[in-house]
Structures are given as structure tokens and as C-alpha cells.
Design a protein around this ligand. Structure first.
Ligand code: SF4
Length: 432
């Protein structure tokens, strides 16, 4: 019998000391700009199975004054630039961002909440998105044309989003058409053969593909509602890029695994032994994508948490593998996790399977509970972590000087089609 990895209780949000002592990559302690010059890269801590596209955005060098500034100086410069800009700027911060960034955010939330938050600030000239590339693209699509969306570090991408590209999805769509018939026309039952659904964590080009083909964007908060509505209009769905969210949501709705075949891009019928019959018999066709942060969670970690704390409440994010969701007590989005912690009886013990920066922040904000990350190794999302305060200070001070740097602009035709799919997402509010 192997020893179980023991839970580690931490009440401090990530610090350089913590990263140096026990992280999945010692490179995480280095400043992000040390990798800016290395070409496209997800950065230290990324999984070996994360293959960055050759054309992924690269961040240019930022001025030395920012790279050399102390933490205190950067904090003051960010606060001062924000004060100068006033209502002209809104700063959005994802739950997985560093604390040094989060403390300057006007809104903190998951991708769904931040997409909505951006809509409430229609008078802001600038939306500074402290998250990753696909989130900034979404904000640009939903914002007014005169608003500029800025991503402080252009290299903050998402390895999961990069696992589905338009060429691969178009090839899949064509192959499905050869098996299921005309994909643009309902059959005699009035339903479409298949509806494309993309997770929010995908490029604007893919959201546009989905919009053009009558599909919808979903988040981890509203995936089940989106799937339910989809099955009213279509016999099956093509779900990308995250296989785990698709599978976990489908299973929660009672769809058997054999009706959820996997699809590997650019393989005949998506590989995995798929046949025309198995695809015709499917309900959810799952793209071969995953989040390497959430794939780190294991059943062994859940068992270790239960061994250490028999009364522990285990909550896993639906991007975790199915076996982990089965072993956990509950599954839910980052918003669900936040609400579960806030509403729990004091003294509750939580083991949480999601990105460690958020878990440690929850532990700090809720000393009345015992909260720890299921994974004992400190391994933040390597791309979220690339938004360092030096970049935020730089983009804000450039805005003060009247210059917009690192603007994310989605081409007009792509934005128009993607907005169709995003508007359908906003109509599918998550269940409380
Ligand atoms: S946590 Fe995973 S899905 Fe989220 S941005 Fe990081 S790599 Fe992408």
C-alpha cells in the first residue's frame, strides 16, 4: 500500500517562499518577464502535455523601471494610476489571480461573472482584464466598440483553450456531416442532428464558429442548463474543448458514458474506435481537451483528505476528472465553491479541488473554517500567474499617458458571430 499524500493547510496566499519551497516548478519564483523573450510559452508549472501553438501571442519587453520596482512601489503606482483614471477604467480580476492583482480589481469573479460585470460598466473607456486571453476577447466582444480591452500580459493564454482550434473543429463538423447528414437542417422531428457547444475557455474564432452554427457558449456555472436547452433543439451536442466538464455535466444529467464518445482532432471519425453507428448513437461528443491544473487532482488525494479529516467536505471543480468528481461530496464552479464556503457552519473542514490561489485566499478569508487544496503540491495556473503587478502598473500608466497598449481586438465579423453564442449563454442563467 502506498502512503497517501497528506493534506497541507495553508492560510497564506501564494508567496515566493512558498513557491520556492514546495511548488511544481521552481521557475515560478522567477519574474514572468524572464520568459517573455523565449517565444510562445505557457510558463513554469505548465504540464508537459500542454503544447503551445507556434502563433500564440508573445509579450514584448516592459520598461526596466517596472521590472525593477519593489512590490510596494508597484502597489502605489497601480493605485495612483487607477485613481487618476477614475471611472474611465474598470479592472476585472479572475478568482485565480494573485492577491497583489486582486486587491486592485473592481470586480472579482469567474469568467461568467466577469463577462456580466463588464456589461455593467458601459461608460468605462478601458477594461483592463486580469485573467487570460479568451476572457479579454470575450470582454471585447461584449463591450461597446469605443471601449478598449487590455490584457496586461499578452502571454497569459490558456492551454485548454488552445486544445481546440478552428481547423480541427471544422474538420470534425465536416466528418460529422458525412455521418449524420445535413447539419444545417432539422430532421422530421424538428431537431437538429447536432449542436456545437463551446466552453467559455475557447478562442473568439471558435465562439464565432458556434454562433454561426446555432450553438451556444457555456461556463462551468451554467453547463447543465445549457445542455438541457440544447437537447430541446438537437439530438446531440459536440462539446469542446474540455472533455471533463462535458462528461461530468452529461453524467449529472443521467447520460451514460457509452453515449459520450471522445473526439481526437484530425483523426478519421475522431479516433478512439468511433464508428458511424457509435456517433449516430451518441448524445455528447467530447473533444479531447482538458485543463492541466484540474487534471492534477486525484482520487488518492480525496482519500488522503478523508483519512486526515473524517468529516471533511470535498468539493471538486467540474474540470476535474470524473473519478475525482465521483469521490468528492460535491462538484461545482468557482462561484459554487465560494458560496458553499460562505454559507457553511463555522468549523467546517473543506478539501477543495480547484486552482490553489483561490483556495488559499478562501482559507485566509474564512479562518472560521479549515480549508485546504486537495493537491499538496503548490501549482498555480501558470498563465494566470503571468499577470504580475509590474504589467498592471505598466498598462495603467500607459493609459494615463493616453496610450493603449496590449489591446485585445476581435475582428468585427468574428465578434458578430461569437456574440450570438455569448448572448445565448447570458440567457442561460445558472441555477442557484
Ligand atoms: S486554470 Fe486551466 S482552464 Fe483555467 S486558465 Fe488556467 S489552464 Fe486555462
Amino acid at each position: 500500500m502506498t502512503d497517501l499524500p497528506m493534506p497541507t493547510i495553508r492560510r497564506d496566499v501564494l508567496t515566493p517562499d512558498m513557491l520556492a519551497a514546495s511548488s511544481c516548478s521552481t521557475g515560478l519564483v522567477a519574474a514572468p518577464w524572464t520568459i517573455d523573450q523565449q517565444g510562445p510559452a505557457y510558463g513554469p508549472g505548465a504540464s508537459e502535455s500542454d503544447q503551445i501553438p507556434v502563433n500564440a501571442p508573445v509579450q514584448g519587453s516592459i520598461p526596466e523601471e517596472y521590472r525593477k520596482a519593489s512590490d510596494e512601489e508597484l502597489h502605489e503606482r497601480i493605485a495612483s494610476a487607477k485613481a487618476t483614471l477614475g471611472d474611465r477604467v474598470v479592472v476585472l480580476g479572475h478568482f485565480y489571480q494573485r492577491d497583489e492583482i486582486v486587491q486592485h480589481a473592481d470586480f472579482l469573479g469567474d469568467s461568467f461573472q466577469l463577462a456580466r460585470a463588464a456589461l455593467t460598466k458601459q461608460d468605462a473607456e478601458y477594461i483592463v482584464f486580469c485573467g487570460v486571453h479568451f476572457m479579454a476577447e470575450t470582454a471585447d466582444i461584449l463591450s461597446k466598440p469605443e471601449q478598449a480591452v487590455v490584457l496586461p500580459n499578452l502571454a497569459a493564454g490558456c492551454s485548454m483553450a488552445d486544445m481546440a482550434d478552428v481547423a480541427g473543429v471544422e474538420d470534425c463538423w465536416e466528418q460529422l456531416g458525412s455521418v449524420l447528414g445535413d447539419l444545417s437542417t432539422p430532421d422530421e422531428t424538428g431537431k437538429m442532428p447536432v449542436m456545437p457547444i463551446t466552453y467559455m475557455n475557447s478562442s473568439a474564432a471558435l465562439k464565432a464558429f458556434v454562433g454561426r452554427h446555432g450553438g451556444v457558449v457555456c461556463t462551468s456555472s451554467n453547463a447543465e442548463v445549457v445542455l438541457e436547452k440544447a437537447f430541446e433543439k438537437a439530438h446531440r451536442v459536440l462539446f469542446f474543448p474540455d472533455q471533463h466538464l462535458g462528461r461530468n455535466t452529461g453524467r449529472a444529467m443521467g447520460i451514460p458514458l457509452e453515449k459520450m464518445p471522445m473526439w481526437k482532432p484530425n483523426q478519421p471519425l475522431g479516433g478512439y474506435g468511433n464508428t458511424a453507428d457509435s456517433l449516430r448513437d451518441s448524445k455528447v461528443i467530447l473533444w479531447h481537451g482538458f485543463c492541466s491544473v484540474h487534471e492534477r487532482f486525484t482520487v488518492e488525494q480525496v482519500e488522503a483528505a478523508r483519512a486526515a479529516f473524517p468529516n471533511v467536505r470535498v468539493i471538486a471543480h467540474p474540470e476535474c476528472p470524473m473519478e475525482v468528481i465521483d469521490a468528492a461530496d460535491e462538484a461545482g464552479s468557482t462561484d459554487y465553491i465560494q458560496r458553499a464556503v460562505k454559507s457553511a457552519e463555522p468549523g467546517t473542514v473543506f478539501a477543495i479541488g480547484t486552482e490553489i490561489t483561490m483556495v488559499n485566499r478562501l482559507a485566509q478569508q474564512h479562518p472560521e473554517h479549515t480549508i485546504f487544496c486537495l493537491d499538496p503540491v503548490v501549482c498555480p495556473c501558470s498563465t494566470m500567474y503571468r499577470i504580475h503587478p509590474a504589467y498592471l502598473a505598466w498598462v495603467l500608466e500607459e493609459l494615463v499617458a493616453g496610450r493603449v497598449v496590449n489591446q485585445i481586438s476581435v475582428p468585427e465579423d468574428q465578434a458578430r458571430d461569437a456574440k450570438l453564442a455569448l448572448d445565448r449563454m447570458l440567457e442561460a442563467a445558472p441555477r442557484k
